[in-house]
Ligand binder design. Structure first.
Ligand code: ITT
Length: 200
């Protein structure tokens, strides 16, 4: 009974990534008052876990402990099959301290070239965790499959969106209308599961 998200309540989005925060707002559809960890000046924990799920829980729990509020965290990333799933949980770290995703996308292309790999299979994963300040934490994940393409195309979205084409589509996430991305993305699929678990 207690572990539900009641419409109208305030939720802290435990993220410092503006692109993610925008999508979280859109996917919650105005049903919650969302304030971000960046707005509350909450500290960013080191992502020491080895999985998306582990790091999402770590971020949600840390934010809940500091804020005393219900916190929602997303840990996500792009995995490339020919690179054994890299950059994966290291997706943000591949972009360096300046969060240079042009560089991170070039690094993926360069690694594929070095390997002579032709397989462009890739997927995005999002793990979403909701933590209550008194301890409980619920976590789900979602995935969207596709391919990576070079050169990068489109300036919408964020991060690796300009090199990712979801299966069955021609546009990259970087070219797509944000509403279309939000209808099929890894994050949208994780939100569907979260809503099924936590919203009556
Ligand atoms: P927070 O931890 O503060 O939320 P972050 O950017 O560090 O922000 P992550 O550790 O989860 O977040 O890193 C995931 C990276 O993967 C992120 O920086 C993006 O570049 C990339 N990524 C995740 N979802 C994406 C999406 O929908 N489109 C493009 N890139 C995405």
């Amino acid at each position: 009974m207690k572990m539900k998200l009641i419409k109208g309540m305030r939720l802290v989005a435990a993220t410092h990534n503006a692109g993610k925060a925008r999508e979280i707002h859109a996917l919650l559809d105005g049903h919650y008052t969302v304030v971000t960890a960046a707005e509350l000046n909450l500290p960013e924990p080191a992502e020491t876990e080895g999985t998306f799920v582990g790091n999402a829980m770590l971020k949600a729990r840390t934010a809940a402990a500091f804020s005393g509020e219900v916190c929602l965290a997303d840990d996500s990333g792009l995995s490339v099959a020919a690179l054994d799933g890299a950059p994966g949980i290291f997706s943000a770290r591949w972009a360096g301290p300046d969060r240079d995703f042009g560089m991170a996308m070039s690094k993926i292309e360069a690694r594929l070239d070095e390997l002579g790999a032709r397989d462009r299979t890739a997927w995005f994963t999002s793990a979403l965790a909701v933590a209550w300040p008194d301890g409980p934490c619920v976590v789900v994940d979602g995935r969207v499959d596709g391919v990576v393409t070079f050169p990068a195309r489109g300036d919408r979205g964020f991060g690796y969106d300009p090199i990712f084409i979801p299966d069955g589509h021609d546009q990259t996430f970087g070219e797509m209308d944000p509403d279309r991305k939000d209808a099929m993305s890894h994050r949208a699929r994780a939100f569907d599961r979260l809503k099924a678990a936590l919203i009556d």
